[in-house]
Design a protein around this ligand. Structure first.
Ligand code: ZN
Length: 70
């Protein structure tokens, strides 16, 4: 096993679209579009673009916070 140790071997390759499922937007940050990068920061989606098991719960509280912030 020789793994490249002096750097992240798993750098995001040239994705044509946002990593989030079913999103067709162009990636802006870390492989996500702006909206889904926000999701990522909120824990609504993993860095692989997968939703967590408790997505629904998190999404609801995210939307609530969004509303109150407006
Ligand atoms: Zn997206």
């Amino acid at each position: 096993m020789s793994k490249n140790n002096n750097g992240n071997n798993n750098v995001i390759s040239l994705n044509a679209t946002c990593l989030a499922e079913a999103c067709k937007k162009k990636p802006q940050v870390a492989g996500f579009c702006e909206e889904h990068f926000t999701w990522f920061k909120e824990g609504l989606v993993t860095k692989e673009g997968i939703k967590p098991i408790d997505f629904d719960k998190k999404f609801v509280s995210f939307m609530k916070r969004k509303k109150t912030a407006a």
